[in-house]
Unconditional design. Structure first.
Length: 202
C-alpha cells in the first residue's frame, strides 16, 4: 500500500551519462490505464547503453497499480499540470530541461487510420518530424494490416498543461507516442520496446 506522498513522486532512474553525451528521456505511465510504455521501460536493459545519458520516468505508478487514468490519491490527471507550478510536474520539468530528446508513451483507444477520433498508432511532434517518420517506417515494417499502420501527426491541437504543450513551448525535442489499446498488452509493449531500440541504436 502506497502513501499519498509516495504516489506523488514519479519513479526516476538514470543510466549512462558522461561528458558530451546526448540526453534521452523516456516517459511512461502518465495515465495509469495506459501501462504499455511503463512496462516496456521497466523491462528494458538500459545498462547496455554506452552512447547516451538516459533517464526514465514512470509518472503515475499508483495509477498503473490501480488501473486508473488519474493519480488515485490526488485524483489528478498528471498530464494537465505542466508549466503550472505543480510540485510533481516540476520535478519532471527540471529533468527534461537539458534533454536532447523526449519520448512520451501513451495509448489511444483505436487506430487513427480507421477512426480519426482516436490517435492510437500515431507519433505526434512539431520538433523532430524526420525522426518520427523514421520510427513510423520502422514500426510499420512489422505490421501486416495497412489500416493499423502508425502515422505521424504534426498539427495535433495541443492540450493545455500537457507535457507536449510544455515541451514544445520551451523548445524541447519531443515525440508523443500513442500505441493502440485494441492490440493486446504484449503487442503494445513490444511496439514501445522497438521504439526504444530504434532511438538508442542511432
Amino acid at each position: 500500500m502506497y502513501t499519498k506522498l509516495e504516489c506523488s513522486n514519479p519513479v526516476i532512474k538514470s543510466y549512462g551519462g558522461g561528458m558530451g553525451k546526448k540526453k534521452i528521456v523516456f516517459i511512461g505511465g502518465t495515465h495509469g490505464d495506459e501501462p504499455a510504455g511503463a512496462f516496456a521501460i521497466n523491462d528494458y536493459n538500459f545498462y547496455g547503453n554506452t552512447n547516451y545519458e538516459i533517464v526514465t520516468i514512470i509518472v503515475n505508478q499508483c495509477g498503473i497499480d490501480n488501473n486508473t487514468r488519474v493519480n488515485p490519491y490526488t485524483n489528478k490527471d498528471m498530464n494537465r499540470f505542466y508549466g503550472k507550478g505543480d510540485v510533481t510536474n516540476m520535478v519532471i520539468e527540471d529533468i527534461i530541461k537539458d534533454s536532447d530528446l523526449i519520448i512520451d508513451f501513451h495509448e489511444g483507444y483505436d487506430f487513427h487510420l480507421i477512426n480519426k477520433n482516436s490517435i492510437g498508432s500515431t507519433l505526434s511532434t512539431e520538433t523532430v518530424i524526420p525522426l518520427a517518420k523514421e520510427i513510423k517506417n520502422y514500426l510499420n515494417s512489422y505490421i501486416d494490416d495497412e489500416n493499423k499502420f502508425f502515422s505521424v501527426i504534426t498539427d495535433k491541437e495541443e492540450i493545455k498543461g500537457s507535457l507536449r504543450e510544455y515541451s514544445e513551448s520551451v523548445g524541447l525535442n519531443y515525440i508523443l507516442v500513442e500505441t493502440t489499446r485494441k492490440y493486446n498488452i504484449d503487442v503494445r509493449v513490444e511496439q514501445c520496446r522497438k521504439i526504444i531500440n530504434y532511438v538508442l541504436s542511432r
